[in-house]
Design a binder for this molecule. Structure first.
Ligand code: ADP
Ligand code: F6P
Length: 322
């Protein structure tokens, strides 16, 4: 078990469904193995300001099915400064914390890396709806977000069909088109627009007109936020086709909701793995889902090159949407 006796856990960056079951796993497995576990509120903001709370088995009761994060989360500019990092380490030492689990995206991992550079054992758990962290096939929250988009689009499709309208639906993902691609394929979108593939609005319009000619009375176009504004795309389509066009920006509803079974299981497995990593004495690691297995990788993998966009799936989606 090495020298690790007391650990901290925090959630940082954008929240993601799966953070809660992950916290639960860390607390329960940590206590099972004789560790003391402290929750740190509001990510690095709370760390720097000493917002620590001792976690018991009951502290994580009734949260496995809840979206968001009971520890709350924040974006903290101070953590990017030398002073902030110094304060963070000071607080960890003051509270006798030997190791820290950081649940968040690659930015949060960079914060963890700076703490490792100052002698703190750290493990990262990848959690963001964007699924944009190198090294892991899945990040916590992605599966739930895709299912949320799917549910929303199927409702939009009902009204789109009834009114014979073209809908442009904008989804999140920052610079990554994974949510748009997966949800777009799953809902049979007529076009999927992602930042990874250069798109021509003329081609989108050509497909719309072609569909119209063979009697299609409605269309759904999914746009990843990183690829451009759905409002601008919608305006161009309306201008060139004259079709009755509407825009829906799904926004933050994609970040909420109960974690899907995939996310709840993955979150539990990654939380458990994080404890195993710390108990083995390792540090500067991240948990990752690779080939249907939860594994440990060097934290720095998260800042490496992104895996190439799934062009095969993208091309298939286009072929199926003729
Ligand atoms: P995510 O973790 O989802 O990628 P952010 O990029 O907003 O989200 O990062 C979350 C937080 O992690 C930031 O608000 C900051 O506190 C910390 N952080 C991000 N980048 C760094 C960095 N280079 N050095 C130290 N801390 C960082
Ligand atoms: O990283 C998760 C994410 O939801 C992105 O998809 C989106 O671009 C961003 O966070 C939104 O950030 P905020 O909640 O700060 O508006």
């Amino acid at each position: 078990m090495g020298d690790i006796k007391r650990i901290g856990v925090l959630t940082s960056g954008g929240d993601a469904p799966g953070m809660n079951p992950s916290i639960r796993a860390i607390v329960r497995k940590g206590i099972y193995h004789g560790l003391e576990v402290f929750g740190i509120k509001r990510g690095y903001e709370g760390l720097i300001h000493g917002e620590f709370q001792a976690m018991q088995l009951g502290s994580v009761a009734d949260i496995i099915h809840r979206g968001g994060t009971i520890l709350m989360t924040a974006r903290c500019a101070d953590m990017k400064t030398e002073e902030g990092q110094y304060e963070a380490v000071k607080q960890l030492k003051l509270h006798g914390i030997d190791a820290l689990v950081v649940i968040g995206g690659d930015g949060s991992f960079r914060g963890a890396q700076t703490l490792a550079g100052r002698g703190i054992n750290v493990v990262g758990i990848p959690a963001t709806i964007d699924n944009d962290i190198p090294g892991t096939d899945l990040t916590l929250g992605f599966d739930t977000a895709v299912n949320t988009v799917l549910e929303a689009v199927s409702k939009i499709r009902d009204t789109a069909t009834s009114h014979e309208r073209t809908f442009i639906v904008e989804v999140m993902g920052r610079n990554c088109g994974s949510i748009a691609l997966q949800a777009g394929l799953a809902c049979g979108a007529e076009s999927i627009i992602v930042p990874e593939v250069t798109f021509q609005i003329e081609e989108v319009i050509r497909k719309l007109l072609q569909g119209h000619q063979r009697g299609k009375n409605h269309s759904i176009i999914l746009v990843a936020e990183g690829a451009g504004s759905a409002y601008e795309i919608g305006a161009k389509i309306k201008l060139k086709t004259g079709f009755d066009t509407r825009v829906t920006v799904l926004g933050h509803l994609q970040r909420g909701g109960s974690p899907s079974a995939v996310d709840a299981v993955l979150a539990s497995a990654m939380g458990g793995k994080a404890i195993e990593i710390l108990l083995s004495g390792a540090s500067e690691r991240m948990t990752a889902y690779v080939n249907r297995e939860v594994v440990s990788l060097p934290l720095e993998v998260a800042y490496g090159p992104r895996p190439s966009f799934d062009k095969v799936l993208y091309d298939l989606a286009n072929e199926l949407a003729i």
